[in-house]
Ligand binder design. Structure first.
Ligand SMILES: Nc1ncnc2c1ncn2[C@@H]1O[C@H](COP(=O)(O)OP(=O)(O)OP(=O)(O)O)[C@@H](O)[C@H]1O
Length: 214
């Protein structure tokens, strides 16, 4: 599988947020998207997830067995998008049924995130970090190759961050691709990085720098 992004541009309302953004990712790759508040990191994920139309450029998923980009991705936004009145397990059952391609059972996914004990609690009763872990457990209930993660470590304690890093490593080893926005250092092995930056006053173009490592 290969995700190819070419010369992508993003506008919000009348405002150009970024442009000229290009990268390519193959099976097993991870990309960290860096940039200050408001740079457009979440907007980039929104475009990749099909939630926002690009203002220019192209994105294509190749060698994906005929499946479209939207059929291949998991999106975990910085809002947890859980139903507060449902239990953790019910939220995951809903996600699995909605997404298709079932993988782990909801209880197994919760156990993988250290939340077996919370399966029958309404999500409204959970702490911020626990809700985050339920949202991340969605990654495990449906088999999807491209994980789009917006600030995935927000509200996670050190142990949960370790768990997430291990799950990401396992996903990549199986050929998955991960794109994560982050303000925190995220110790992903051999991750590529891009930084979305506003142009300096003496430059007319938006700058997108890329390189290796977090
Ligand atoms: N629905 C919207 N309508 C108009 N402008 C928006 C909308 N959503 C985001 N923006 C603007 O787009 C810009 C980029 O926002 P985005 O959320 O992508 O930034 P970010 O890099 O993810 O920021 P942060 O690090 O704070 O999460 C911001 O200036 C924001 O105000």
């Amino acid at each position: 599988m290969r995700l190819h992004v070419e010369n992508l541009a993003c506008s919000r309302g009348e405002r150009r947020i970024f442009e000229g953004l290009s990268f390519a990712l193959d099976s097993g790759d991870a990309l960290l998207v860096l940039g200050r508040n408001g740079a457009g990191k979440s907007s980039l994920l929104d475009i990749l997830a099909g939630r926002l139309a690009p203002a220019g450029g192209s994105l294509a998923l190749e060698e994906a067995g005929g499946r479209s980009l939207s059929e291949c991705l998991h999106y975990v936004g910085h809002r947890d998008a859980l139903k507060a009145a449902l239990t953790a397990e019910e939220n995951l059952t809903f996600a699995r049924d909605f997404l298709g391609s079932p993988a782990l059972a909801p209880r197994e996914a919760l156990a993988a995130l250290g939340l077996a004990h919370a399966a029958r609690l309404p999500v409204a009763y959970l702490s911020a970090g626990q809700r985050r872990r339920v949202a991340l457990a969605r990654l495990l209930v449906a088999e999807r190759s491209l994980w789009l993660l917006d600030e995935p470590t927000a509200a996670l304690d050190a142990a949960s961050q370790e768990t997430l890093l291990r799950l990401i490593d396992e996903h990549r080893r199986k050929g998955g691709i991960v794109i994560a926005t982050t303000h925190q250092p995220l110790a992903l092995a051999e991750a590529k990085t891009i930084r979305i930056e506003r142009p300096a006053p003496d430059r007319s173009a938006f700058v997108v720098a890329d390189g290796e490592g977090a």
